[in-house]
Design a protein around this ligand. Structure first.
Ligand SMILES: [Zn+2]
Length: 562
């Protein structure tokens, strides 16, 4: 058992009653139900603090794919996007933002969202209407808040007036007092609505951000979450530190190594060291893998999406596209017409022709591929062009073939930067974006990568299993104020994984068309999670749902057991 505290693994029995861990020790008295975990790895349920299930939680009792990866609590409402507060006139705007920023099909959001709420409190009420497979918690999203308070002025990127700021601050406080864990905002150029406009929070001024942050400070509760580009580390750090100072509340910010400024992440890490030394609780959320993209005929992106010849078959189902693509004359025409044009409006759209960053997606997937296996390198060895090989791969398997493109965190051609970030004092595992980017990624599997890749498979620089469990359970839970979980000890929540550690692994992501209205999403399963318990009830056995739905909306910070 790795108990979440970072203590070396030990053998022990775990006693559970009433949804709480009642006892840990040797040879406990027999219980109503016993699970033989001999030889298995027992961990606290994982806590994923960076997801986007804001829509899904309102229509689906299952928060997949996270629930397949040992995750028993998710925090949503990240990056400033969400669906409350919202009056009826702004619903379309919020859907456009979620579709553009998080790549969740607008048709699915239209079909799935019931919109039987206006205030944040109403929204929480709607979320509690159905039981779920895992616990979930919300944050007040800045973009929704800004549009709610400022209307068209928010979308036009206008600065907030002092009255706007006061109203946003009051609504944020009301949201947190109703049960949100905090407030989130976005300052990244990557975040655009489906019609191409920058997210309404991009230009929010420091006075606006500190005004809202200060209100959380006055309330004495809530955390802050930010996504920033760090194109100008100093400027972004200044804003972040101003928010931390104004609020005195814990803050976390996304951190990725971007190829344009490959060493900027070290400046950010140094900034975190200095901030924490100065008494500010500022952390970076970091990824367990490269920030990559999946490309294929059914995905949002692929190398031929802007190709005029290929576009003649763009309306066909993938299987028929694949059939047409087997025609050598069609292939020749596509390759001839390929201009290398990018798709600038979509996140990752600049990468669709980057064959040196592209790999064939294998089964099981390899998330730390050797640059010698890139599409460009493989093609060159056979005297072909990268596009030629990429074409054959996406057209294979009836149009199900896929490419894995690595962009962030992979400048060195391996995951050494990820390791450096993961072991830093002031970082947390995050950025899985569970429930979002459903046509381009499936990073809700980060917790499985953390365990299987980092604590078992990686030959060089393997991390102790107790360390990664502590980070993904206790540390993430505490960072958002949930001190009642993430540890296997008496009095803590009985959220528990029983894992066949030797067999733990990821399957290939696959496209499903099971969102409301038939919308598509990439899902990815794992092997090796023998049993997952939420509040003491087994919710998944070997990845199959047991029928128990003991997950609930978590309202507000939770104290540690006495
Ligand atoms: Zn996000």
């Amino acid at each position: 058992m790795a108990d979440g505290t970072g203590a070396p693994p030990r053998t022990a029995d775990v006693g559970i009653a009433g949804g709480i861990i009642t006892e840990i020790g040797q040879k406990l008295a027999r219980g109503r139900r016993e699970v033989d975990a001999d030889g298995a790895l027992v961990t606290p349920g994982f806590v994923d603090i960076h997801t986007h299930y804001d829509g899904q939680a309102s229509w689906d009792e299952r928060l997949l794919p996270s629930a397949w990866h040992g995750v028993t609590t998710v925090v949503m409402g990240n990056c400033g996007v969400g669906f409350a507060p919202a009056t009826s006139g702004h619903r379309q705007r919020l859907i456009d933002l979620m579709e553009g920023i998080e790549d969740i099909p607008g048709t699915a959001l239209h079909a799935g969202l019931s919109w039987d709420w206006e205030t944040f409190d109403d929204y929480l009420g709607a979320l509690t209407a159905r039981p779920h497979d895992i616990d979930f918690a919300t944050q007040v999203p800045h973009a929704a808040l800004r549009v709610h308070v400022m209307g068209e002025r928010a979308l036009a990127g206008e600065p907030a007036t002092p009255e706007d700021v006061a109203e946003m601050a009051a609504l944020t406080r009301a949201g947190v007092e109703a049960g949100a864990l905090g407030f989130s905002t976005s300052r990244t150029l990557n975040h655009r609505s489906v019609t191409g406009e920058l997210t309404p929070t991009y230009d929010a001024g420091v006075a606006e951000l500190t005004g809202i942050a200060a209100e959380l400070g006055a309330a004495g509760q809530g955390v802050l979450q930010i996504v920033a580009d760090f194109l100008d580390v100093e400027a972004d750090m200044e804003v972040i530190l101003a928010m931390a100072r104004a609020s005195g509340r814990p803050l976390s910010v996304s951190l990725v190594q971007f190829p344009v400024r490959p060493l900027a992440y070290r400046e950010v890490l140094a900034g975190l060291d200095a901030a924490n030394k100065a008494g500010l609780a500022v952390r970076a959320q970091v990824a367990a893998r490269a920030i990559g993209l999946l490309m294929g005929l059914q995905c949002t992106l692929h190398p031929f999406m802007t190709n005029p010849v290929w576009q003649s078959i763009s309306g066909l189902p993938a299987a028929e596209q694949a059939l047409r693509m087997r025609d050598p004359a069609f292939k020749a025409a596509v390759l001839e017409a390929q201009t290398g044009e990018k798709n600038r409006n979509l996140i990752g759209g600049r990468l669709i022709n980057k064959y040196e960053l592209m790999y064939e997606l294998t089964d099981p997937p390899r998330y730390e591929p050797d640059p010698a296996d890139s599409i460009a390198a493989r093609a060159a060895r056979n005297g072909r062009a990268g596009i030629d090989l990429a074409y054959d791969i996406v057209a294979a398997e009836g149009g199900q073939g896929a490419l894995y493109v690595v962009s962030g965190n992979y400048v060195s051609g391996d995951l050494s930067v990820v390791r450096e970030m993961l072991v830093h004092d002031w970082t947390l595992p995050g950025l899985s974006d569970g429930g979002a980017h459903v046509g381009t990624i499936c990073d809700a599997s980060f917790p499985t990568t953390l365990l299987a890749h980092w604590a078992r498979d990686r030959a060089d620089g393997r991390l102790p299993v107790e360390f990664v469990v502590q980070r993904q359970a206790r540390d993430t839970a505490r960072a958002v104020g949930l001190a009642d979980r993430g540890v296997l000890a008496t009095g803590y929540r009985a959220d528990v994984n029983v894992i066949d550690f030797a067999r733990l692994g990821l399957r290939q992501p696959e496209m499903r068309f099971d969102l409301p209205g038939g919308g598509r999403r990439l899902l990815q399963r794992a092997d090796g999670y023998l049993h997952t318990f939420v509040q003491g009830e087994e919710t998944y056995a070997e990845g199959e749902p047991t029928g128990a739905l003991t997950g609930r909306l978590v309202r507000g910070a939770q104290p540690a057991p006495a």
